[in-house]
Write a protein that binds this ligand. Structure first.
Ligand SMILES: Cc1cc2nc3c(=O)[nH]c(=O)nc-3n(C[C@H](O)[C@H](O)[C@H](O)COP(=O)(O)OP(=O)(O)OC[C@H]3O[C@@H](n4cnc5c(N)ncnc54)[C@H](O)[C@@H]3O)c2cc1C
Length: 390
């Protein structure tokens, strides 16, 4: 991350990452517990409303700063980074698609004032990671709705204030005619239907739940979910997830670098053989960083110029690019951690060593599954058949 253009808010996130998230990361991972201390510190710094416009009491930050914050947090605790990323994705959907609607304007002001945490409920039993399909449906009756969902994963579901839920827009709607609905704690119940005892990302606390909710119909976003997904949810997800994976990779390479330096100090005048492997993995990290920063910058530019960019954000070329970022960075994250394990050897393999790479390998393994890369590649395969220009 470049220090030269670091914003004060990014500097705050970096401090929280170093001083709060990092020291708790081992216990968060060991006990598969919510990173409460880091989230409290992020709330205290008002970073949960980082993307909410200043006029509504937020910080009015953009994609680049969010990406840098996710990277910094995940470098010290991947679960903290991912919780922060998932929350910001939900906030972005509300800011970009419900701004100007009375109820949501009031909600965003309240979110900024009270630092609400929003969880995402897109996955569904029987659907898997296909975000653009739902089985459950919103049932409207007068000015109220009822929505029940058998959710396969809700990260930090038990710790969130509100949920943003996808569903078919009506009981007679087709599976991809979807709406996005904001449900708030007093209006929903979660029945846990399984455990979250995973290899990595253990602090995201993401078990399956049966969700039951009701609410006033004004909580259904007016925009079709198809637009929200292509213009906001997918780009924000892929960029902020990739930023977290970049943080994990940076942490793994830092340990490998420290290990090689240690080796070099023990035999002055000789370059350790592992230094070549370090040079190799450093090139992959640089490519990954350039990829994330390039796409984040492009996205920020497009989102700051809505009058000329709405067609671009909805285009096949943009969707392919976002998917390429997800697939390439998720693969790179695991490869980089694996290479760092090779560099650190047995000291990387031991869980109690200061060069341990285990947590980075386990956390990075979630990247390719968090919407399956095969699913994304098959979507891109179909889109590439109709894409004329790169
Ligand atoms: C750390 C973490 C946190 C998460 N948090 C949340 C959350 O908060 N909210 C939420 O809603 N979800 C969340 N998820 C769920 C996630 O977003 C996906 O829904 C889930 O990982 C996909 O589950 P799956 O692998 O069982 O299903 P699938 O996507 O159905 O994949 C199952 C298998 O089928 C294959 N497959 C499926 N479709 C295709 C295709 N078209 N072409 C080729 N192969 C295919 C896949 O490769 C895979 O082998 C989280 C996941 C992780 C890892």
């Amino acid at each position: 991350m470049s220090k030269a253009n670091e914003s004060p808010h990014v500097a705050t996130a970096m401090r929280i990452a170093r001083e709060v998230a990092g020291p708790q990361a081992a216990s968060v991972d060991r006990d598969a517990r919510f990173p409460r201390e880091a989230l409290d510190a992020l709330k205290e710094a008002r970073l949960l409303s980082a993307f909410v416009p200043k006029a509504m009491g937020g910080l009015g930050l953009g994609m680049i700063e969010l990406s840098q914050m996710c990277e910094a947090l995940a470098q010290h605790c991947a679960s903290t980074g991912m919780v922060f990323a998932m929350h910001q994705i939900q906030v972005a959907c509300l800011v970009r698609h419900a701004n100007g609607v009375g109820f949501f304007e009031r909600y965003l002001k309240e979110l900024a004032a009270k630092q609400y945490l929003i969880a995402s409920v897109t996955s569904e039993v029987g659907i898997g990671g296909e975000m653009r399909t739902s089985i459950c449906a919103v049932e409207k009756s007068g000015d109220r709705f009822k929505l029940d969902k058998d959710a396969s994963t809700i990260s930090y579901g038990e710790h969130a204030d509100d949920l943003l839920v996808t569903a078919r827009a009506a009981p007679d709607a087709t599976p991809n005619d979807q709406a996005l609905v904001l449900v708030s704690k007093p209006d929903y119940s979660l029945e846990r239907t399984g455990a979250w005892d995973t290899l990595g990302m253990r602090g995201t606390c993401s078990p399956p739940f049966k969700m039951r909710s009701t609410g006033s119909a004004e909580r259904i976003l007016p925009a079709p979910f198809a637009d929200i997904a292509s213009q906001t949810m997918v780009p924000f997800s892929h960029i902020l997830w990739a930023s977290c994976w970049l943080g994990i990779s940076t942490a793994a390479v830092s340990k490998a670098r420290a290990f090689v330096r240690n080796q070099a100090r023990s035999k002055p005048g000789q370059t350790p053989p592992s230094a070549m492997r370090l040079a190799e993995v450093a090139t992959q990290l640089q490519m990954m960083r350039a990829n994330v920063h390039d796409v984040a910058s492009e996205c920020e530019y497009l989102m700051n110029h809505p009058e000329s960019s709405i067609d671009v954000l909805s285009s096949v070329a943009f969707a392919v690019k976002m998917n390429n970022l997800k697939v390439s960075t998720s693969e790179a994250a695991f490869q980089i951690a694996h290479r760092c394990l090779g560099i650190c050897g047995i000291m990387g393999y031991k869980n109690d060593s200061k060069f341990s790479i285990g947590i980075h390998m386990r956390d990075s393994m979630s990247a390719a599954l968090m919407v399956s890369n095969d699913r994304i590649l098959s979507t891109n395969a179909a889109m590439l058949l109709v894409l004329k220009d790169d």
